[in-house]
Each structure stands twice: as structure tokens, then as C-alpha cells.
Write a protein that binds this ligand. Structure first.
Ligand code: PRP
Length: 212
């Protein structure tokens, strides 16, 4: 029986770009792939099984080995610190993490509040800056926090910058650039090295063409 490679794919924003990249790398993914609500999709001819996960959960599936490889944003990788290898920068879904807030405002002198989906990244960043802050974990619509007085600043993803502008917020500091990465479970990488290296080689070619 031929081997199957299980890939954890992030649902949402990254999904479309990731599928596009796989197609450019020569994988035949049927059109239904894009519309389906199925959470597990097997493409027998390619020896691939896709599991469609919430982006923040992709490294968890890969770390536990239920997916051999996965596609995850660098933001998620920095936040989760999972025991997986990063094989390739796919150079898709480019954005960055930044500190933002209301314009012309100072942070509270004592334990300013920082709202974020990325408590670990935010805590590490302010620790490095030598600032003591209180982190408030939110799960979405982070930009609300400074507007309604929940926090002095936010740490969040900026992509086009529209969400900040439309909510009257400004960027204060840029923390780190973010793109999507191909990640692998260390044991899978030993056992399925041929399949995985083949996929990496095919994707690398497409990525370097797209970038140059
Ligand atoms: C992300 C991020 C920002 C927004 C940035 O949120 O948290 O809110 O996108 O994009 P922009 O710079 O192009 O405006 P997402 O849409 O993932 O929703 P969320 O509110 O659930 O975090």
C-alpha cells in the first residue's frame, strides 16, 4: 500500500493562497476542494489527506503527529512554540505583528493593559522592552479594546492596515514580519522523508519563482 501524507491546512484567509501554491506545485486538487465543508479531504491519486483546522490549531495537530505536515503562520508558530520543524517559508499571507492604539496617547504608567490574541508574543516583546504590562487575552476583534477602554494598546496582525484606519487606530511599533510556513512532525520527517522532501522540493520551486 502506498503511503499517505496528512497535511493540516488552516481554514480561512491562508487557505486559498495555500491551495493555489499546491496547485502551482503540480498537485491536482479538484475544484470541490475550495467549496467543501468537509474537514477531512482525501486526494487518493496524489497520496494526500488534508485536514482542515483552525489556523491556531495547525501546529497542535502536527506536534501530535495526527498530521505529518502543516501550513501555519509564523505568528502562530511564535505564539505556540510547538515541537515541530519549520521546513520552508512559503512566502504567502504576508503581514506583520504590531503594537497599535489610539493616536497621541501614552500608555498608563502603571501596568498598562495590552489586549491581544498573542499573549506569549506580546509578553515577550514588552519584557524585552523592559516594560511591565498586564496582558488581556482576547480571541478576535482586538481593535475594539483601546476604543472602548479595555486596553492601552493592542498587539495584533496588520495586513492591509484597513482595520486600524477604519477604527481610528495607529501603529506604534512593528514587532515581527509574518508569512506562512511549512511545518513537519519530526517523526513523520524521519519515516516519510521521501514524500516530504519531494513536496518541499516542488513547493520550493514555486515559491522561488513567485518571489523573484
Ligand atoms: C485580523 C487581525 C486584524 C485584521 C488585520 O483579524 O486580527 O483585526 O485581520 O487585517 P487588515 O490589516 O487587512 O485590516 P481577522 O480578520 O483574522 O479577525 P479577528 O477579528 O477574528 O481576529
Amino acid at each position: 500500500m502506498s503511503e499517505i501524507l496528512t497535511i493540516a491546512m488552516p481554514k480561512g484567509r491562508i487557505f486559498e493562497e495555500a491551495v493555489d501554491l499546491l496547485r502551482k506545485a503540480g498537485y491536482l486538487l479538484p475544484p470541490e476542494f475550495d467549496e467543501s465543508r468537509k474537514l477531512i479531504i482525501e486526494i487518493e491519486e496524489e497520496g494526500l489527506r488534508f485536514i482542515l483546522a483552525k489556523p491556531t490549531d495547525v501546529p497542535t495537530y502536527v506536534e501530535h503527529g495526527v498530521a505529518d505536515i502543516g501550513i501555519a503562520g509564523k505568528d502562530v508558530m511564535l505564539e505556540e512554540e510547538r515541537d515541530v520543524y519549520e521546513l520552508l517559508d512559503l512566502q504567502i499571507s504576508g503581514c506583520y505583528l504590531a503594537v497599535a492604539g489610539l493616536p497621541n496617547t501614552k500608555m498608563n504608567d502603571v501596568a498598562p493593559k495590552i489586549a491581544t490574541k498573542y499573549p506569549n508574543v506580546a509578553a515577550a516583546y514588552f519584557r524585552e522592552q523592559g516594560e511591565q504590562v498586564e496582558i488581556i487575552k482576547l480571541n478576535g476583534s482586538i481593535e475594539l479594546a483601546p476604543i472602548i477602554g479595555l486596553a492601552d494598546r493592542i498587539v495584533d496582525i496588520v495586513s492591509t492596515g484597513r482595520t486600524l484606519v477604519e477604527n481610528g487606530l495607529v501603529e506604534y511599533e512593528r514587532i515581527v514580519d509574518v508569512t506562512s510556513r511549512l511545518i513537519v512532525n519530526p517523526v513523520s520527517y524521519r519515516i516519510k522523508d521521501k514524500m516530504i522532501n519531494d513536496l518541499v522540493a516542488r513547493l520550493s520551486k514555486v515559491v522561488s519563482v513567485e518571489v523573484n
